[in-house]
Write a new protein. Structure first.
Lengths: 459, 320
């Protein structure tokens, strides 16, 4: 039997990881910082899309440096207890020694703790997991790698990670880089494949190398050479092309049936399809009356979708479909159809996924500040945050004070001030906060807490 | 003999699978080399996803296929516990017999929660020595990207009318049933590329005894013949509301059809009415509204009457 190729060709050394050079350099540099005891940054977060080398790099690093590995991922239970247990195993050898240096020269082995899929901690089952990760990093004297697709989700659960760990971004791979990998695999497996075919597989994979390797194996298995039409079986991964074709046919349809049939074979839920159509209407309908008619039809479709969901009666989808396809397409009365060469990914979805980050960070801020202002988070978001944010960009003293009296972290501060979290402003503010807080700690022991400067409660 | 035909006639060999030619060709190659990637089967209902998975297992493992093939229906067991428990255990367990890997078949994988899908990721990578995953779903967009990345994606298409015919012919030959030309067409039309549906319709229609023709097909499935609906609607379009309503009453009272059945049939029929396309859209929107009101609990007859009145109105005004 043959192995699964994605595993068979998993890099065994950092030098075999393709692309993402700067990320690999950052990992190496961090690893070197462990050569002389425990460094300041004990944890890295490797973040990025699926199938581009995050897990591989983590494992490769351990091979390269002959570090032992303790791995935990989403297939394991990851509540507070189990994480502490695993981390405990990770730092076990170290408990016999006092400092890292002694350990590394003595037993010679570090234990790399890999927390893979760290963004997927699950509420009830993984209760306390996020906090345990933070604690583990604080207490550990062993190197820790966290891996995540969704950085926002991860730091939303554990915002202290932004301070405790440095993040390293992996990017989607270039099709040409993917072709190089595919070619060497094909050679190794003794199949002849034209570059054209490899190119097709590579561009279909949308920068995901693992997907490309899977597709190559799917097509090649049992063959010694490939013909052009052998790629027909390839399921389109990036469905935008197929969607574009369907939308083009739909908007050009002359009858209800044509318009409905155009989108029939798309692998899209009706509400998803609706978003694509919504996005395309303005470029297709240039006449104001046409535009209004088209959106009227779309609004009808939307009502049917809502009803289907509310009543759990999915028969209603068929009316939504008619309205969003035929209803929209046949709204064109002005005759001429503009040339639309490309249909874009719904901007709404892009905004949503960006806003996810913003929403997460706002939640983090309001959870810390709402109690301070004695209001609910919602009240805070609506009627305090907008003004506060403006005020703080102008009043540094106020920012520092707020930082002293609440648990705001660097990420929160950067979001409040609309600057990058590693900008010099944030660092300077942090330094001031630490200076004052240190002082405060001393003061608190002597006298009851003293209010100084402007009262924030007046605000 | 009480056999459910969809099971009785489920192909046991890949070669017997109808349609999906290029996919079947690949799967057969995997049987020859005893090697395959994880796979995601995406496509509408009744087009062969489960059948292909089981046939693949039978050919790979012969008599031992059941011990090497864990079939889970994700819509029954969709939580994260199942992924961290049952699935992980099976994946970890050493394989038996000659074969080096087992297959975990997750039917309706799109009903797994996002959390459960996420928990599947490393398991899919870690135990490739002992196990391969085959996931099936209707919409691949409901499978999280990291899982899609771990799979070769096979897109199953709804079957063509001639494929449906092959399926019906195969069964009717063995069962010794006669199917008329209109019978084939009626089944193909109602099944819409879904072989499970086609097979079920055939079984019910033939259970009425005698030849399977359009009449028995529509009757047995409690569907109205398209020609009857056409008649109803053209009568209404001509402005004969009273005549149309008495046809409607016949359908409800004599044929015992539900309002929802009728409204669905009307939706299908509108596309072939002799009115212009704008009118069709307006009518379909009306039909949808009527169905919504019926589902929300209002009187079926009143809604249908109102609908027919609208057809009459559009017939008068929408000729242009
Ligand atoms: N940069 C790369 N260099 C070499 N091989 C790679 C690279 N990226 C991915 N691969 C191939 O894809 C497989 C999966 O990669 P890896 O496990 O590192 O992905 P990942 O980034 O951790 O994805 P996920 O977020 O889905 O876990 C590897 O076994 C290897 O075959
Ligand atoms: Mg990974």
């Amino acid at each position: 039997m043959q192995e699964d190729w994605t595993e068979k060709y998993r890099p065994r050394s950092l030098s075999q990881v393709v692309g993402n050079e700067s990320a690999i350099r950052a990992i190496r540099r961090w690893a070197e910082s462990w050569a002389h005891g425990v460094p300041k940054v004990k944890a890295l977060i490797l973040k990025g899309e699926p199938g581009i080398g995050k897990t591989s790099s983590a494992l490769a690093l351990a091979y390269d440096l002959k570090w032992d590995v303790v791995e935990m991922n989403a297939s394991d239970h990851r509540n507070a207890e189990s994480i502490k247990k695993v981390a405990g195993i990770g730092s076990m050898t170290q408990t016999f020694t006092l400092d890292g240096e002694f350990l590394s020269s003595h037993s010679g082995r570090r234990k790399l703790i890999i927390l893979d899929e760290a963004d997927n901690l699950f509420g009830r089952e993984d209760y306390g997991g996020a906090k345990a990760i933070v604690d583990t990093i604080r207490e550990s004297s062993q190197p820790i790698l966290l891996i995540a697709n969704d950085y926002y989700e991860l730091t939303r659960r554990a915002s202290a990670l932004k301070r405790l760990a440095t993040s390293v971004t992996f990017r989607r791979l270039d099709p040409s880089a993917i072709v190089v990998v595919l070619r060497s695999i094909a050679e190794n497996e003794n199949v002849t494949v034209s570059l054209d075919t490899l190119g097709k597989i590579a561009s279909n994979a949308g920068g995901d190398l693992r997907a490309a390797i899977n597709d190559l194996q799917m097509i090649v298995e049992g063959r010694s050479h490939l013909d052009a039409e052998d790629t027909d079986v390839l399921g389109e991964r990036n469905q935008e092309k197929e969607l574009s074709r369907a939308l083009g046919a739909m908007f050009g349809a002359k009858t209800v049936r044509e318009a409905q049939d155009a989108t029939l074979n798309l692998d899209k839920m009706p509400d998803e399809l609706e978003k694509w159509i919504e996005e395309s209407i303005p470029s297709e309908m240039k006449d104001p009356e046409d535009l209004a008619r088209a959106f009227d039809a779309l609004s009808r479709s939307n009502i049917y979708l809502r009803r289907a969901r509310a009543l759990q009666h999915y028969g209603m989808w068929s009316y939504a479909r008619t309205m969003m396809t035929a209803g929209v397409a046949l709204s064109r009365k002005s005759g001429r159809r503009p040339h639309v060469s490309e249909y874009r990914f719904p901007s709404f979805l892009i905004v949503m996924s960006r806003a996810k980050g913003t929403r997460a960070s706002r939640k983090s801020i309001s959870s810390k500040l709402a109690p301070y202002f004695h209001t609910s988070s919602r009240m805070f978001d609506e009627s305090i945050l907008p003004y506060l944010s403006k005020l703080l960009t102008k009043d540094r003293e106020l920012m520092v004070k707020l930082g002293c009296e609440t648990e705001l972290d660097d990420g929160d501060i950067s979001n409040l001030l609309h600057v990058d979290s590693d900008s010099s402003i944030v660092k300077a503010i942090r330094a001031e906060i630490i200076a004052i807080k240190g002082e405060d700690e001393v003061m608190r022991k002597k006298t009851p807490r003293r209010k100084s400067g402007r009262s924030l409660a007046e605000f | 003999m009480a056999d459910v035909w969809v099971e009785k006639y489920r192909p046991k060999k890949l070669a017997d699978v109808i349609g999906q030619k290029i996919i079947v060709e690949r799967l057969s190659a995997y049987v020859r080399t005893v090697s395959m990637p994880h796979m995601l089967f995406a496509g509408p209902a009744g087009c062969g996803k489960t059948t292909c998975s089981i046939a693949l297992a039978r050919e790979l493992y012969g008599d031992q296929w059941k011990g090497n093939f864990l079939e889970l229906n994700a819509s029954d067991e969709r939580g994260i516990d199942i992924v961290r428990g049952k699935i992980k255990d099976f994946a970890r367990a050493a394989s038996m017999g000659q074969n080096d890997f087992k297959i975990i078949f997750l039917d309706e994988a799109d009903s797994l929660t996002g959390d459960a899908q996420a928990a599947l990721r490393r398991t899919m990578e870690r135990y490739t020595q002992t196990c391969r995953f085959v996931l099936s779903c209707n919409y691949s967009s409901k499978i999280i990207e990291p899982i899609q990345s771990r799979c070769a994606v096979f897109r199953f298409r709804p079957l063509s009318e001639s494929d449906v015919r092959i399926c019906i012919e195969r069964i009717s030959k063995v069962e010794g049933i006669e199917v008329s030309e209109e019978g084939y067409l009626a089944i193909a039309q109602l099944a819409g590329g879904d072989l499970r549906k086609a097979t079920n319709i055939l079984q019910v229609a033939s259970s009425m005894g005698g030849k399977v023709d359009a009449e028995t097909v529509f009757e047995s499935t409690e569907n109205i013949r398209p020609s009857e609906i056409q008649e109803l609607l053209t009568t209404a379009l001509k402005g004969s509301f009273m005549a149309a309503r008495s046809k409607l009453d016949d359908m409800i009272v004599i044929h015992g059809l539900s309002g929802e059945d009728i409204v669905k049939a009307i939706h299908r029929a509108v596309l072939d009415l002799p009115v212009n396309e704008d009118v069709k859209i307006r009518l379909i929107d009306r039909v949808g509204e009527a169905e919504f009101r019926m589902v929300s609990g209002s009187s079926e007859r009143i809604q249908l009457e109102a609908l027919l009145a609208h057809f009459a109105y559009e017939g008068k005004n929408g000729k242009s």
